[in-house]
Design a protein around this ligand. Structure first.
Ligand code: ZN
Length: 141
């Protein structure tokens, strides 16, 4: 995730909070986050909004250790240790990257079921920013 300014951040809140994807009317694939032009067929900007469930499974993951973390993760980094960041394949197909919560890095497994939860991501200039983190989805296991 790239650094975003505060106004840019607020503009993107509906997508961040509601997990709304754009289903391409031409090829049927789901773009998330929504794009101006479908990233799959690269030919259509005709979309239907769909609500994503936030459920998915871990496609791949990595542990981010001390040093080299992007600014939005600096707070956790200072809090100590490494933490898992996963690419999650959501139910309708789109893959999203997100930090994992409520799980130890050593317990994260490929294909483990997860769901998105709204969590505090980090604080900057007095503004607490929220976004999705992925937590183990025990019901779906
Ligand atoms: Zn398309």
């Amino acid at each position: 995730m790239a650094h975003v300014s505060v106004p840019m951040y607020w503009r993107t809140i509906p997508q961040r909070y509601r997990l709304v994807g754009h289903k391409c009317k031409k090829c049927g694939k789901v773009n998330f986050p929504p794009k101006g032009v479908c990233k799959y067929c690269n030919a259509s900007s005709d979309f239907e909004e769909i609500q994503l469930s936030g459920r998915g499974k871990v496609h791949t993951f990595t542990l981010i250790g001390a040093g080299g973390a992007p600014p939005e993760f600096a707070e956790q980094e200072k809090a100590g240790g490494s933490y898992p960041v996963a690419i999650v394949e959501l139910e309708k197909g789109p893959k999203v990257i997100g930090q994992m919560a409520d799980v130890n890095g050593k317990d994260v497994k490929i294909d483990m079921p997860v769901r998105a939860e709204l969590r505090r991501i980090y604080r900057e200039e007095g503004v607490i920013r929220y976004g999705f983190k992925f937590v183990p989805d025990t019901e779906g296991a």
